[in-house]
Structures are given as C-alpha cells and as structure tokens.
Design a protein around this ligand. Structure first.
Ligand code: APR
Length: 235
C-alpha cells in the first residue's frame, strides 16, 4: 500500500476524476459492470443527432439520470477532496463527471470537462442552471422558445474550449496528479493524463482495475476511491 501523501508538500495538486469516483455513491459508471452504455445506446440518447431527432426522448433519459443521481449521496472520497481543497488553495479538481457530486460534497472549484446534468442550454442564449429536481424546470428557452438541451458534452460534441484550457492550465502546473476512477479512453480528456506526466507531475492512479494508461503512473492504488482518498491524501 502506498505511503500517505502530505499535500502541503506540494504547491499545486490536481485530482482528475471519472465515473468511478461516484461508483460507491451508487451512480453507475459508463463502462464495465452495470455501465450505462451497456444498457443505453449513446447514439439514441446522448448525441446531438439523437436530440435533433427526438428531443423529448433525450431529455427524458437525462431526467432519469438526474433522478438517479439525486437519490445518491456523495461518499467519504467526495467529502475528503472538498476538505482538502478548503484546506489547501493549490488543490484543483478536474472532473469528467456531470453528476455534480463534488459540489454536493462541498467542493468550491470544480472544472467540469463534460458539462453538467444540472445545467441546460439554448444554442442562442447560453446555459442556465436547472437544479434540485429530476424534471427540468423547462424544456424551451424563456427568451426565444428554442428547445433546450442538456449542457453536457455528448459524443461527437467538442469539449468547451475555455473549460478545457482551464483544465490544461491547472494540469501543466501540477506537481502531483491523481487520476481517480477513469478508464482513460475518452479524448480529449484522456490526453490530459500524458500531459501531467510530460510536465513532471508525480503520478498516482486510484482505480479498482488497470487502465489503458496505468503504465504512466508510478503509484497504482487498486482500492475504491471512497476508502483510498481519505487514507492516502492528507491535508
Ligand atoms: N473506485 C475507483 N475506480 C473505480 C471504482 C471505484 N469505486 N469503480 C469503478 N472504477 C473505475 C473503473 O475501473 C473504470 O476504470 O472507474 C472507471 C470508470 O470508467 P468509465 O465508466 O469509462 O468512466 P469515465 O472514464 O469517467 O468515462 C469517460 O466517457 O462516456 C463518456 O463522457 C463520458 O465522462 C465520460 C467519459
């Protein structure tokens, strides 16, 4: 087992999280056992073409996901990252998740590479927060009546350039980079892992399995996020 890391020995730390970060809360991952994409075809539920073809079906799917996430609670790992970030100004959280669990655990600064289940957007009037209940408050833009779509980076969508730049800036300054619960196969997000290696960050992977990028990590913690994070990363 890895020796616990004292974060105050680092100026800049980035926790890079994926769906495995929320698995112990009961939020399904995308791949592996019980993965969402084994049950739902993303081409029918999570891409612009699907939305253009049948917005109701796509929004209904995302409302189901909102309901499932609302029924789950952040776990000790989410809470621990929020505590570390409150105690240490150099701790960044970059997530591929859209579930908002880091924020519900109290994290104040989270870079959401793939958007959020809790925002919806009009192509002309931008994004609007839509919190707290499974059902979207509205499905058409209050300004122009255009159908609203989830503010999520779907397959075949470009990642928001400003958000990606924010993530890159955090990672290029990281002295410690901790990947938590990601299969590291979806780009451009996955490309941030070799970037961290390239800038010389200490590399730690927290995952219950090996991934495509495990070879880039000096430390590979094969423990669930909810137990490994509080044990191994101390303020
Ligand atoms: N603790 C740590 N890791 C875990 C746990 C756990 N309790 N449970 C599962 N994992 C790991 C799995 O081994 C796997 O490597 O989490 C990873 C989940 O992988 P994916 O389901 O592929 O999720 P992610 O890497 O976030 O997917 C990236 O793909 O579908 C798109 O946009 C979606 O953001 C998502 C992106």
């Amino acid at each position: 087992m890895m020796t616990p890391i004292l974060l105050n020995e680092y100026r800049r730390v980035v926790f890079f999280t994926g769906a495995g970060m929320s698995a112990e809360s009961g939020v399904p991952t995308y791949r592996g056992r019980g993965g969402i994409w084994a049950e739902y075809d993303w081409e029918e539920y999570a891409c612009q073409d699907a939305f253009d073809t049948d917005p109701r079906k796509v929004l209904d799917f995302h409302e189901q996901r909102r309901a499932k996430v609302l029924a789950c609670q952040p776990h000790a790992g989410h809470r621990h990252l929020a505590t570390l970030q409150a105690a240490h100004p150099g701790v960044g959280i970059v997530t591929q998740n859209t579930d908002g669990m880091h924020q519900r655990a109290g994290a104040k600064s989270v870079v959401e590479l793939h958007g959020s289940l809790w925002r919806i957007r009009c192509p002309r009037h931008g994004t609007m927060e839509d919190l707290a209940s499974p059902a979207y408050a509205r499905r058409d833009c209050p300004h122009c009546g255009t159908p609203l779509r989830p503010d999520i980076t779907w397959f075949e969508d470009p990642v928001n350039a400003a958000v990606f730049e924010q993530a890159r800036n955090l990672i290029t300054q990281a002295e410690l980079f901790v990947a938590v619960g990601t299969s590291a196969i979806v780009y451009p997000a996955a490309g941030l892992i070799p970037l961290a290696k390239q800038v010389g960050a200490q590399m730690v992977e927290v995952n219950v399995d090996d991934t495509e990028m495990s070879r880039l990590f000096l430390e590979r913690v094969r423990e669930p996020a909810g137990t490994a994070l509080p044990e191994l990363f101390l303020a």
